[in-house]
Design a protein around this ligand. Sequence first.
Ligand code: 5GP
Length: 140
Amino acid sequence: MSDETLFTRIVDGEIPSYTVYEDETTYAFLDANPLAPGHTLVIPKEPYERLNEMPGDVAADVFGVLPEITAAVEAAVDADATTVAVNNGPAAGQEVPHVHWHIIPRFEDDGVGPIHALFEGVDLDEDEMKAVAEAIRDNR
Ligand code: 5GP
């Protein structure tokens, strides 16, 4: 876990932000480059780089408030839905090394498509599906 990140500087008030939620472990603020009005970032105050490194209790705290923040974002901008996503690691497009959930308001006619539109998909046969499921179980 790095000591200071862009987002810890926001939490500490060194960099101004539009704060929408704060408690002991969690902080939420508007993305400075919104993909839609109300685009919000939700973070643990502690600067875990990736989701993978978050202790379960901290993750439980953050996940505990995600539903209400998501609902509030939708209500605030009268959105039809939201895409809630984490770019979890640089290869997935993560630019700020402090784990964060994007809550992006979505509208019936926004033409953006689902997260699935990012991928072409792969064909895996039954043996490959079994092998990867076993590997995931073994690596927990
Ligand atoms: P990532 O690509 O790491 O998933 O997303 C980082 C997000 O942080 C981007 O959407 C970007 O617009 C946002 N961001 C970067 N710098 C700042 C900043 O100084 N303030 C705020 N509020 N958002 C920022």
